[in-house]
Design a protein around this ligand. Structure first.
Ligand code: ZN
Length: 90
């Protein structure tokens, strides 16, 4: 976005494309759910991780959820099964 303020001399503000922040939050979830990712209203992302996972499984789950972010799956209307199999198949 380029914004010009009216002043004696024009002043230009050039805002870089916003880089989203990613918050990783450990929460109590049923063991059937390892984690999930959700965008928030500010354009940032929250990765919720089951707080009962082992350290290794936690890392794998974070990488899995980041793959959803990379694939823009949060904005995809495909069935969850299809989205998940797309990640499994690279
Ligand atoms: Zn997934």
């Amino acid at each position: 976005m380029i914004y010009m303020r009216k002043a004696a001399l024009p002043i230009f503000f050039i805002r870089e494309a916003a880089v989203p922040m990613i918050f990783i939050r450990e929460v109590a979830l049923p063991m059937s759910i390892r984690g999930f990712i959700m965008p928030d209203v500010d354009g940032n992302y929250n990765i919720y991780i089951n707080d009962k996972l082992s350290e290794e499984r936690r890392q794998i789950t974070i990488e899995h959820e980041l793959q959803h972010l990379k694939n823009r799956d949060c904005y995809c209307d495909l069935p969850v099964k299809v989205i998940e199999s797309n990640i499994m198949n690279g």
